[in-house]
Design a protein around this ligand. Structure first.
Ligand SMILES: [Zn+2]
Length: 363
């Protein structure tokens, strides 16, 4: 079926390109759909009309996104170095879940269901292949928003040594897959391509899994989460690959953001400057700083407080975040008071004056 999707894609590519070249006309997804309407009636074609329509839409979107008159050809031959990983999109109603299987285009596909799909209504999605040749179902589902019952608030310091340290003392390590890294080195030196791919995928999956668990649990237990905005200066001081760190950090932020949004809690990034050097007890700035201070994991403030480097930073981030929230609340409160006064006084600010709007979300 992926071959059929590629056929449609390549046909669209040719059609659209010719139309642009010969008639200076950019065909829209709607136009493209008209040209491909008959395809699913051809003999032996298994993909349905919704898949073809979705391919048309995707093609038009990508063409716009890359600002190109012609996109890459999709290659179906798995032996080719330009092989396009399999991709079969569908619209809402294109796939259904029944008795532990996915019903798609007349097929019954068995799958390993780690999410409990029977609980959800499936919407649009795709069946796609990864570099190891495994097939996955990606699908959007309807979910009910369940508000978080948590009342605490935490700050998170994104660090180099550990991926993230929370102000309440929790931490997750970014490089817990050291063992896999060693395996990776061995496989790379032995030029075992498949093995290298497999280990990379495993590392990626493990990290994603860990971050999912971590973020879910944080969102469930808190009403407000603040995370430091990572400065590039922090990155310069490390030999660790920026991409690795970056991927983990932004993945964690993204997860916290959308999970937080779903649960109706506050999630904000705060400026993390001085968060390492400030004492979270007394506020004096005398903690480790600069390149020299990078190795300092624990320090004692002149006020007597003993700090773990990262936990202290996380506490400062929390304090900053709460401070900002409080300000926002008090401004909102003042604005409300002004509004009340304006509405009450008969002269007010003159007729026709509309009530002030705070413009700051109130919980
Ligand atoms: Zn102190």
């Amino acid at each position: 079926m992926a071959r059929e999707v590629n056929q449609v894609w390549n046909y669209l590519n040719e059609l659209s390109h010719r139309s642009i070249r010969e008639r200076q006309k950019w065909l829209s997804a709607y136009d493209l759909q008209k040209y491909t309407a008959g395809y699913t009636k051809c003999e032996g074609v298994k993909i349905g009309t919704t898949t073809v329509q979705q391919v048309c839409e995707e093609y038009a979107t990508r063409r716009r996104q890359f600002k190109k008159a012609r996109l890459n050809w999709r290659v179906s031959n798995p032996k080719s170095s330009k092989y396009s990983l399999g991709w079969i999109p569908f619209k809402k109603g294109g796939a259904a879940y029944r008795d532990g299987q996915i019903r798609f285009a007349g097929l019954k596909l068995g799958l390993w269901d780690s999410y409990g799909l029977s609980k959800y209504e499936l919407r649009a999605g795709s069946i796609s292949q990864d570099a190891r040749g495994r097939w996955y179902l990606n699908v959007a589902v309807e979910v009910e928003v369940s508000p978080s019952a948590g009342t605490a608030s935490v700050g998170i310091d994104l660090g180099l040594k550990e991926c993230a340290v929370v102000s309440d003392g929790q931490r997750i390590e970014g490089r817990f897959y050291r063992k896999l890294e060693a395996d990776l080195g061995i496989a790379q030196r032995a030029c075992k391509k498949e093995r290298v791919k497999a280990i990379h995928a495993k590392i990626k999956n493990q990290r994603k899994d860990m971050l999912h668990k971590f973020s879910t649990q944080l969102v469930a237990g808190n009403a407000a989460i603040f995370v430091g905005n990572v400065s590039s200066a922090k990155l310069i001081k490390t030999r660790m690959a920026k991409s690795t760190l970056d991927a983990g950090w932004s993945m964690l932020k993204t997860m916290l953001e959308y999970k937080g949004h779903q649960a109706g809690i506050v999630f904000e990034e705060v400026n993390e400057s001085y968060s390492t050097q400030t004492c979270s007890q007394c506020g004096s700035i005398e903690g480790p700083k600069g390149l020299k201070g990078l190795g300092v994991r624990e320090w004692t403030c002149s006020c007597g407080a003993v700090h773990g480097r990262d936990t202290n930073a996380a506490k400062n981030i929390l304090a900053k975040g709460l401070n900002r929230l409080e300000k926002a609340f008090s401004i909102a409160g003042e604005a409300k008071a002004v509004e009340a006064v304006v509405n009450k006084s008969p002269q007010g600010f003159g007729r026709g004056h509309s009530p002030l709007v705070a413009g700051i979300p109130v919980l």
